[in-house]
Unconditional design. Structure first.
Length: 401
């Protein structure tokens, strides 16, 4: 049961929105009951737990000086995975059977398979159910349809792109293993994941993937075989980005050439948002404004500016680091940076490439999105980071079967 619900949490994209908390709750119940039934209790690492939940505890404290308490508690509820998953994996951290290589491989494959199924099935659904849609029309509109046409499973295209990036990272780590059947599946899955990355055409996740590919080669000392594997994937991705038909022929990467000229493009709006955020951070740099007040602070700044677009849509900071600085100031920001540094340190000491690349990938995406403040982002991040972090034992060696 424990393994089943761990796998189910990795396939969260197939769980309807209203029920995403249920697999987490049942997993917690199974882990707690199992812990009390164990005759020999596992050795627990309290330091790792405190570092993992410290950032969230600071967010809780910031509600004390938030003026919008209801909004602060709503955001804490959304981000509760940041404390729930560390606690759960802390309890089972010493269990060698749960964290065996075979189980971790199954976990990665479960995530990849569920995502590939979601991508193919939603594309087919739109193609066959949208009136008068050709294959080309489905390609053009898939990015918007996935966010509006499947109410119980809707997901913002940026977060779907991030999910695909995670699956590609898992595919690269699985490909290193000498498992023929797994390799055959990866050969099938990777082109699909690359194609949908190009269809969604989101700059942040794609650029982050390119950086991950570069670091993957560095980590593997520019091994010739790894270069042979990765180069065709990036050529395929670049080709699809250029040639896949777009709605009104709008390619998001063309915006990068217009930065500073078009203030209403996504890149132009982000620059204006960052300017506002930095202005407000300078006014309260030490402790910030509280976890519930960032929205109001930014809205007031937009009202003083010249962009009606920002005020009308009430944008968040679109940068997780700026949001943390606005919420809990430099002190909280340093706690968060130390947590990330700690993960990188542990991943390097244990040579856990999955943990290293996942953390780096999330760090890069946090430059353009508040991925810890949306359920679609925070559940997956908290689940996988803490699973791989607590899988590593006290001696900083990956537990093997």
């Amino acid at each position: 049961m424990l393994l089943f619900f761990i796998y189910l949490n990795s396939a969260t994209i197939l769980v309807p929105d209203k029920f995403k908390a249920w697999p987490i709750a049942i997993l917690a119940l199974v882990i707690i009951v199992r812990y009390f039934k164990l005759k020999t209790k596992p050795t627990l690492e309290i330091k790792k737990l405190l570092i993992s939940i410290g950032f969230f505890l600071i967010l809780v404290l910031s509600t004390a000086y938030s003026s919008d308490i209801p909004h602060a508690f709503k955001k804490l509820e959304t981000g509760s995975s940041l404390v729930v998953f560390p606690l759960l994996f802390y309890i089972i951290a010493g269990d060698r059977n749960i964290f065996s290589e075979n189980n971790i491989r199954t976990l990665k494959l479960t995530f990849i398979i569920s995502l590939v199924f979601f991508l193919i099935s939603t594309f087919a659904y739109f193609y066959f159910t949208e009136p008068f849609f050709s294959f080309k029309n489905t390609l053009e509109h898939y990015t918007n349809l996935v966010d509006i046409r499947i109410s119980k499973y809707r997901i913002h295209p940026i977060y779907l792109s991030i999910y695909i990036g995670i699956a590609i990272i898992f595919s690269l780590t699985l490909f290193k293993e000498n498992k023929p059947k797994t390799k055959y599946f990866i050969f099938f899955a990777l082109p699909i994941l690359i194609a949908f990355t190009a269809i969604l055409n989101k700059k942040g996740p794609i650029i982050s993937l390119a950086v991950i590919g570069f670091f993957f080669l560095i980590k593997n000392k520019f091994n010739f075989k790894k270069i042979v594997y990765i180069t065709p994937l990036f050529i395929l991705l670049a080709g699809l980005i250029v040639f896949i038909p777009r709605y009104k022929n709008e390619n998001k990467f063309e915006e990068l050439l217009e930065i500073g000229n078009n203030k209403n493009s996504s890149s132009g709006l982000r620059l204006q948002i960052y300017g506002c955020a930095l202005q407000e951070i300078a006014k309260s740099p030490i402790c910030g404004y509280g976890w519930g007040d960032v929205k109001t602070v930014l809205s007031n700044c937009y009202a003083r500016g010249t962009s009606e677009e920002l005020l009308k849509n009430n944008y968040n900071s679109h940068n997780q680091y700026l949001s943390i600085l606005l919420s809990i100031g430099i002190l909280g920001f340093l706690a968060f940076v130390y947590y990330l540094f700690y993960i990188f340190k542990i991943s390097n000491q244990s040579n856990s490439q999955a943990l290293f690349f996942l953390t780096l990938y999330f760090c890069l995406n946090m430059l353009t999105e508040n991925i810890l403040e949306r359920e679609d982002g925070v559940i997956v991040i908290a689940f996988f980071l803490n699973l791989f972090l607590f899988r590593i034992n006290k001696k900083d060696e990956t537990i093997k079967q």
